[in-house]
Design a protein around this ligand. Structure first.
Ligand code: ADP
Ligand code: MG
Length: 565
């Protein structure tokens, strides 16, 4: 440890690096100040971080830490633009493991507010006090203070009436502050955080395991509402927790995604997760999860926006597919509840018995009905006393005493078709009365020529008319003729790529499954139901469609009984 007062860790970045950094305003509102100061405290290896705000941060924002502190020379330098101790060369931009690297936050904050800094390295006897006001240095002096750093920001935007006016009510700004606070507290459960507003201590978060931290911040969730997960793959590691649909608060509007412990928005990944939950959540509700992805920093570029809330992933598609599958598997482990609206008898679906008097008061909400998504295989053999009912032209209520199931027929057909074609089982062709044709480039025709033997084996017959077009004469038996046009389009699309996508067979199976499903309404004979059920039970994954939508729910007698108590 050095006590050299002149030790300088902070350097002003050269122009060449500055030009490679996503430029733009970082201080938009009190919450941005809180975020930047909180991130600096984390980067300074603090174990305890206290944040204070007054009047939504408009009057005061203060962040104190017990981290490494700064030397007197760094205490002055830190307010320079592009002054940072976190990167030195352009290559460092691809190895960022700290929250900060732009060296702009303190300079930007000091330009629009009064900023007071107290900082002391643990090895120094005295600290440094610096006062900045609206871009001007007012004072630097030695000071007695505890080791670590305190930054106090007062009168934000005081000299900028337009910016000040654009701030919302204290309450709204406070809400933004809290949001930023949570985004720092979730990924760092090993640190102690305190948050005060108007001198009231709102959060006192001692170091704790991640799940405990989440539950402390969500006292409304019972511990069993968290499905923990942790998986490692060559491209990334993911850990965290998911809340299954039945425990998701209907008011929930966001899930928490972190890359390298930084809160980020990534519509691609978030949408993929949402798609898995969507069939089981009310329209406005978004899934609740905390997913932490650790990705090597040279494959996750955070230098996209000044606020560093977006990330460009080198292997986005692979990560998305793997993450979807991990989330789906984790959800499948849970005990699911049938969405309650499906269970409430409504006159349209279940006419009430004529003698039943109208209910005097609204009935109590149905209790959650535990469903077993993977009952023992032995019980999946169709019983002889099979009875069934098709509801809303699409949903099959199947009774195989003592079991009962609710099945989405579209999803079930899709899964069966998918598995059949995925295994590449030879299929017989079914000639099209009206062959489908489409113009094709020489490249597309050449690619299709390579695929012909495999396609033929799957019942797909294509005629290649050199230099002009491709004509589809037959599709796999069992598909509706309407599947022809989309199938040819799909094949021309994959044939257009420089090299065939490695997963084209998987893509084809999914495509055939999606377009091969006969459309509702369904009229089913008992034999057809039995065949369908057997085929579904023989599937590797009988509970979800290839896109992750739920196919069936198990209604156990106990679960049904519980529903009516
Ligand atoms: P960046 O975090 O991008 O480097 P900042 O403007 O936020 O830029 O901070 C500038 C520098 O000031 C940091 O690189 C760091 O060396 C120093 N610094 C800021 N806050 C703290 C702190 N709480 N403790 C120790 N050093 C700090
Ligand atoms: Mg910073």
């Amino acid at each position: 440890m050095t006590t050299d007062a002149l030790e300088q860790r902070i350097r002003v970045l050269p122009e060449s690096i500055i030009n490679q950094i996503a430029a733009g305003e970082v201080v938009l509102r009190p919450a941005s100040v809180l975020k930047e100061l909180g991130e600096n405290a984390i980067d300074a290896e603090a174990s305890t971080i206290s944040l204070w705000t007054e009047q939504g941060g408009k009057i005061l924002i203060q962040v104190s830490d017990d981290g490494i502190g700064m030397s007197p020379i760094d205490a002055e330098l830190c307010f320079e633009r592009h002054a940072t101790s976190k990167i030195q060369s352009a290559q460092d931009l691809y190895r960022i493991l700290t929250k900060g690297f732009r060296g702009e936050a303190l300079a930007s904050i000091a330009a629009v507010a009064e900023v007071e800094l107290f900082t002391r390295r643990p090895q120094d006897a005295l600290g440094t006090h610096v006062l900045m006001a609206f871009g001007q240095k007012r004072l630097t002096e030695p000071v007695r203070c505890t080791p670590g750093t305190t930054v106090i920001v007062r009168r934000l935007f005081h000299r900028l009436p337009v910016r000040r006016k654009s701030l919302r009510s204290d309450l709204t700004e406070h809400r933004h502050n809290l949001q930023e606070f949570l985004r720092l507290a979730y990924p760092h459960p090993e640190r102690h955080f305190r948050f005060y507003h108007n001198q009231t201590l709102l959060y006192d978060l001692s170091p704790a395991p991640l799940l405990e931290r989440i539950l402390t911040l969500h006292p409304d969730l019972p511990p069993k509402a968290l499905l923990p997960l942790e998986e490692e793959s060559p491209l990334f590691r993911v850990y965290g927790a998911l809340v299954p649909p039945e425990y998701t608060p209907s008011t929930n509007r966001e899930g928490f995604l972190f890359v390298n412990r930084r809160y980020i928005r990534h519509p691609g990944l978030q949408q993929a997760i949402y798609q898995l939950y969507k069939p089981f959540l009310p329209a406005e509700t978004r899934p609740l999860y905390w997913l932490f992805l650790d990705i090597p920093p040279d494959q996750a570029d955070i230098n996209v926006t000044p606020s560093k809330t977006e990330v460009r992933l080198l292997h986005e598609l692979e990560i998305r597919a793997m993450l979807s599958s991990i989330v789906r598997r984790t959800l499948a482990r849970s005990t699911w509840t049938l969405p309650t609206e499906w269970l409430q008898p409504s006159p349209a679906t279940l006419p009430s018995a004529p003698s039943a008097p109208p209910p005097a008061a609204a009935p109590p909400p149905p209790r959650p009905l535990p469903l077993n998504p993977t009952p023992p295989l032995a019980s999946e053999k169709p019983a002889t006393r099979l009875s069934f009912l098709v509801m809303h032209d699409r949903y099959l209520l199947l009774h195989l005493p003592p079991e009962a199931w609710l099945i989405d027929l579209v999803g079930a057909h899709e899964r069966i078709l998918y598995e059949k074609h995925r295994q590449g089982t030879p299929a017989s062709p079914q000639g099209l009365l009206f062959p489908v044709s489409a113009p094709a480039t020489p490249l597309q025709l050449a690619r299709l020529a390579e695929l012909l033997p495999e396609l033929n084996a799957q019942g797909i017959h294509i005629e290649l008319r050199e230099g002009r077009e491709a004509v589809l004469h037959a599709i796999p038996a069992g598909l509706p003729p309407s599947a022809g046009t989309p199938l040819l389009d799909f094949l021309l699309e994959i044939a257009q790529t420089e090299a065939l996508p490695p997963d084209w067979r998987e893509g084809l199976a999914r495509h055939i499954a999606r377009h091969g499903v006969p459309r509702p309404p369904y009229t089913l004979t008992p034999e057809a139901v039995e065949t369908l059920w057997n085929a579904l039970c023989a599937c590797e994954e009988p509970n979800y469609t290839p896109a992750g939508h739920r196919i069936r729910f198990y209604l156990s007698p106990e679960a049904l009984e519980k529903l009516f108590t």
